[in-house]
Design a binder for this molecule. Structure first.
Ligand code: ZN
Length: 331
């Protein structure tokens, strides 16, 4: 096992498909964003408290409060550019060769930016880094329909210009996936690709709704394991799951990684990928996530490479990029 863990440590061909910008702002990045805007931050210890869940956090409400502070630092064009650039540079240093970074434009409009200005700033930040990456625009559960529709239309406008897809994020337990059909009807009509958070806070019926919308990717999807017929459906429709281990521990879906249905998915030939979701809030990295999964299920290095190949295949990158990324994994 140590051999596998050492190999993971030295990987520089990793693919991250499920990472939220507001959950991925490191302490250093936060400091730079604060300094840019003349905001005085408390001590490092206090900043960590504001941004990270406590070690024993198993509380969804505590988890959700951790997005407020990083979001408050990303309400201007300059701060969004810098946040995305800094995050992208950090990902390169962590061995990531391709990332799809997601955020909800409507959550960055508190100081008067339009959703379109937010998207343009994020694209600009992405271009300032060497990281190969694309953006996924999140629509939000419980938000006004017109705001979500605006996000889908803007995704269409910027498709292939830095944006590759939309997502549905937010409190799945409170706002059912089935209530958001209008978002994916429009995305389908406009040919905008999508992934959908489902089967995280809510059970298999949420995954069933996501599948009925025609999704090829599901964020989390782990609770599909509670209904084997849904697992079979995922298999038959060749859907990829974006599994985020530590995040599921932080929100109390499982009490340890070993309790996750990862082996069940692997045994049923489900395409699974491993991701961080909110690396700063959960104090993790993609390598840490892979190591946790490898240890919990006694996986081989080949299993890890398979996760990375699955990620490339399910990514929203163009075919040429996918080919290049697959080559890097295989060599
Ligand atoms: Zn997520």
């Amino acid at each position: 096992m140590n051999n596998v863990l050492n190999k993971i440590d030295s990987m520089n061909n990793l693919v991250e498909l499920h990472m939220h910008l507001d959950g991925a702002i490191s302490i250093n990045n936060a400091k730079k964003l604060a300094s840019l805007q003349g905001i005085n931050l408390p001590s490092d210890e206090e900043v960590i408290k504001l941004m990270q869940v406590s070690k024993d956090c198993h509380d969804l409400n505590e988890f959700l409060t951790k997005f407020d502070f990083p979001l408050s630092l990303m309400q201007t064009k300059e701060s969004i550019i810098l946040a995305v650039k800094n995050l992208s540079d950090e990902l390169v240093s962590q061995g990531i060769m391709y990332a799809e970074i997601r955020f909800a434009p409507q959550l960055h409009t508190n100081k008067g930016l339009t959703q379109e200005e937010v998207i343009n700033a994020a694209i600009e930040g992405m271009k300032l880094s060497n990281l190969k990456s694309n953006l996924i625009l999140c629509t939000m559960r419980g938000a006004a329909n017109d705001k979500n529709i605006e996000t889908v239309r803007l995704a269409k406008k910027y498709l292939g210009k830095g944006v590759v897809a939309i997502d549905l994020a937010g409190a799945e337990g409170l706002y059912k996936t089935s209530e958001h059909k209008y978002i994916f009807d429009l995305a389908k009509e406009l040919n905008v690709p999508y992934t959908i958070h489902a089967g995280e806070a809510d059970g298999p019926s949420s995954v069933d709704s996501a599948i009925s919308f025609g999704t090829k990717r599901i964020g989390h999807g782990v609770r599909s394991s509670e209904d084997i017929s849904i697992v079979n459906e995922i298999k038959n429709k060749d859907i990829t799951l974006e599994v985020c281990p530590t995040s599921n521990i932080c929100t109390s879906i499982y009490n340890k990684v070993g309790k996750m249905p990862i082996k069940l998915f692997m045994d049923n030939d489900i395409n699974i990928t491993i991701n961080t979701d909110d690396p700063s809030i959960c104090n993790t990295s993609l390598k840490e996530e892979l190591k946790k999964v490898a240890s919990a299920f006694n996986l081989s290095y080949q299993d890890i490479l398979k996760f990375e190949e699955n990620a490339v295949n399910a990514s929203f990158a163009d075919d040429e990029t996918k080919k290049e990324l697959l080559n890097k994994i295989r060599n």
